[in-house]
Design a protein around this ligand. Structure first.
Ligand SMILES: [Zn+2]
Length: 132
């Protein structure tokens, strides 16, 4: 079955979407945009894709990708690596080793475990480094 084609997008609507992508960040999710404009989310996605708005944009609104704990020994740990101890099998301490959140000794995941974040908004904008 063919989908009903919806009405044309107005310049104002397009401009609104563009305004949600500024300074290398997006301020609204596709869902938020679709609700605000009362448009199907699939169309919002299409527009975002067509205008290449999301290219090169980090998305702090989506939860960061789950990063696997590296598992490193104390000797190997660097100052920007998470110090949470993840070994629980009686071996010498193995530390998480994921990239730390600025200002803490823990990665995002362990920081959440150990602290009640009062700066959630700020930390949400932090993008975890990919492990290679
Ligand atoms: Zn960690």
């Amino acid at each position: 079955m063919k989908k009903e084609s919806s009405s044309k997008w107005t310049t104002d609507e397009i401009d609104y979407i563009k305004s949600c992508f500024k300074d290398g960040k997006r301020s609204k999710t596709n869902r938020m945009i679709s609700m605000r404009l009362n448009r199907p989310i699939s169309e919002v996605k299409n527009i975002v894709k067509r205008l290449k708005l999301a290219e090169g944009i980090e998305n702090p609104l989506q939860s960061p990708k789950k990063e696997k704990a590296v598992g490193i020994s104390f000797d190997d740990i660097k100052h920007n690596q998470c110090r949470a101890i993840i070994s629980d099998d009686g071996e010498p301490c193995v530390f998480c080793g994921k990239k730390t959140v600025t200002g803490t000794s823990y990665c995002e995941e362990h920081k959440k475990k150990y602290f009640i974040s009062v700066q959630r908004r700020k930390t949400m904008a932090l993008i975890p480094a990919s492990v290679s």
